[in-house]
Design a protein around this ligand. Structure first.
Ligand SMILES: [Mn+2]
Length: 348
């Protein structure tokens, strides 16, 4: 596996200089952030980003994410233009040495949490999802980092209604069309496309969410048999549902060489109403067994990219929720330590 670290570009308080000091770090996962969703990324901006990353001895082989415009997900308005732009982004990123593109098909909202800096018992701060709090929120007035903030509350209300109208099957139809359009371009340019599951993996605010469980991942992968049509398997997203057997998913999809990018983090499931807290990566801190997960990847001969996913804020650090330096660096070391052990002990 190749250990990577998410980096939000020059405005990220976590610098490339810090990232390169984390042992075993091969590269960063990043994106061009200052272009509106749906537009073509200028070649100069991609090159500038790549040159900056390379100047610190790091690779830029994974892009997270190329965002999918809402018009594509709803197949309305300028969807064909936005699909053509997405294809052009695939071509341009391939020309700059990118190997894997992460994207998602989550309607309106990207990942959703009820609090971004909940103080945990040990004094650290973490992202949490408490179902009773989520149920009280007005989705048209929500804003979380990483979401497209260019929509007004009225537009968000309209988007939510449009998704409710098309429902799960309508969203599947639109995803099927999108994949049929972009996959040939990805194949032609030898780019691995890696969809990120919905986070959390169940419907929120009455909006359909379809990349949620094994049945749906099977359905998604069956849309195209080419191995470049694959997954960003996220332990924290899929693993916060008690009905998902995450280790079994790793075995199945890594065994089929369909996982191009692995997100690894732990979550602590609380009660039985879907509530959870993000925790340190260490197995005993949460509900997921990181050794079992990494062993499943190792046994499958996984050679793809990995990154420690969200971390807590610890040691007084401030910054982008989930994306501080310290806890993610601890996660990278912990995961790398498990991997080295698996490598040295060998066998299955
Ligand atoms: Mn993730």
């Amino acid at each position: 596996m190749k250990m990577t670290f998410r980096w939000y570009g020059k405005d990220d308080p976590v610098t490339l200089n810090y990232i390169r000091q984390i042992p075993n770090m091969t590269g960063v996962v990043t994106a061009v952030y200052d272009v509106p969703v749906g537009e073509v990324w200028p070649n100069e901006k991609i090159k500038e980003l790549k040159d900056e990353v390379h100047s610190y001895g790091l690779d830029m082989e994974v892009i997270e994410s190329v965002p999918v415009h809402e018009d594509i997900k709803l197949k309305r308005g300028d969807y064909q233009l936005y699909i053509d732009n997405f294809k052009e982004n695939i071509r341009r990123l391939a020309a700059h040495g990118v190997k894997t593109i992460c994207y998602n098909f989550m309607p309106v909202f990207d990942w959703t949490r009820s609090e971004l800096n909940k103080e945990l018992e040990d004094g650290s701060n973490a992202l949490v999802f408490y179902t009773d709090q989520i149920d009280k929120l007005d989705p048209t007035k929500l804003s979380l980092p990483g979401w497209d903030s260019s929509y007004s509350p009225e537009e968000v209300a309209d988007l939510i209604k449009s998704y409710q109208d098309i429902g799960n099957e309508g969203l599947w139809d639109n995803l099927t069309y999108f994949i049929s359009e972009i996959l040939p371009v990805a194949i032609e340019n030898d780019i691995n496309m890696a969809i990120h599951p919905d986070d959390p993996p169940w419907p929120i605010f009455g909006i359909p969410r379809i990349i949620t469980n094994e049945e749906n991942l099977d359905r998604f992968l069956a849309l195209n048999d080419d191995k470049r049509h694959g997954l960003t398997l996220c332990s924290g997203s899929l693993g916060c549902s008690t009905t998902n057997d995450f280790v079994a998913m790793v075995k199945k999809y890594a065994g089929a060489e369909r996982i191009h990018f692995a997100h690894l983090r732990n979550v602590k499931i609380i009660g039985d109403d879907g509530s959870f807290e993000e925790t340190a990566h260490y197995s005993s801190c949460g509900s997921l067994d990181m050794v079992e997960i990494l062993k499943a990847y190792h046994d499958a001969g996984f050679k793809g990219y990995v990154r420690p996913d969200h971390g807590r804020m610890i040691w007084g650090e401030t910054g982008k929720p989930g994306y501080g330096l310290y806890d993610r660096a601890l996660g990278a070391m912990y995961l790398g330590g498990i991997w080295e052990t698996l490598e040295k002990l060998g066998g299955k």
